[in-house]
Design a protein around this ligand. Structure first.
Ligand SMILES: Nc1ncnc2c1ncn2[C@@H]1O[C@H](COP(=O)(O)OP(=O)(O)OP(=O)(O)O)[C@@H](O)[C@H]1O
Ligand SMILES: [Mg+2]
Length: 174
């Protein structure tokens, strides 16, 4: 399954994160990709806030590589593989202990993950493309039935509430 979502500005990206946060369960894995500055961290910050993490707590893990927010409604782990580069093994930074059915794991630069990691199959992937200064395009992909159902359930509210998608909403009329 693949769906694309237009994001007309930062607040659209934050809305997408908040809507997705409502549908998350412990054990979920979100793999983020997209070039520098496309909004992977901005998305994750909004997601963490929606899960009850105070904004001041949330920073980019580029230097720490892995941040753990046990105080979130569902405990959250935020990983950034940028500095590990291609064929990154997140086991080396202690990710394995969080790949359980208790945490939500969000990974930036997930395209750097080494191949052959079985747990990536159960993930939702979210790729961000740069359109211009403010606009991005999100592409959601998954092979998991459970994710597909949730994404289908979220699409009406995403179309209704994200300005980047309203023009595609057949119900909005002329
Ligand atoms: N629609 C948008 N969605 C997300 N960010 C946007 C959008 N429009 C503008 N921005 C700006 O783009 C920047 C995105 O930065 P952010 O650190 O989230 O990107 P990133 O993908 O995590 O980059 P990096 O690969 O360096 O980690 C922010 O300054 C944000 O304000
Ligand atoms: Mg980032």
């Amino acid at each position: 399954m693949e769906v694309t979502i237009g994001l007309s500005d930062l607040s659209d990206t934050e809305r997408l994160a908040r809507h997705l946060a409502q549908a998350l369960d412990p054990g979920d894995i979100i793999l983020l990709s997209g070039n520098l500055g496309t909004g992977k961290t901005a998305f994750t910050k909004a997601l963490a806030q929606a899960l009850g993490v105070p904004a001041r707590r949330i920073t980019s893990p580029s230097f720490g590589l892995l941040h753990h927010y046990p105080e979130a409604e569902i405990p959250l782990v935020h990983v950034d593989l940028y500095r590990m580069g291609h064929d990154a093994d997140p086991g080396a930074i202690g990710l394995d202990e969080y790949l359980d059915n208790l945490h939500i794991v969000v990974i930036e630069w997930a395209n750097y993950l080494m191949s052959g990691l079985k747990w990536t199959k159960q993930a939702l992937t979210l790729h961000l493309d740069w359109i211009d200064q403010d606009r991005r395009q999100a592409t959601l992909r998954t092979q998991e039935e459970n994710w597909m159902q949730r994404i289908k359930g979220l699409m009406p509210v995403i179309h209704k509430n994200l300005t980047g998608n309203r023009k595609h909403d057949k119900r909005s009329g002329p």
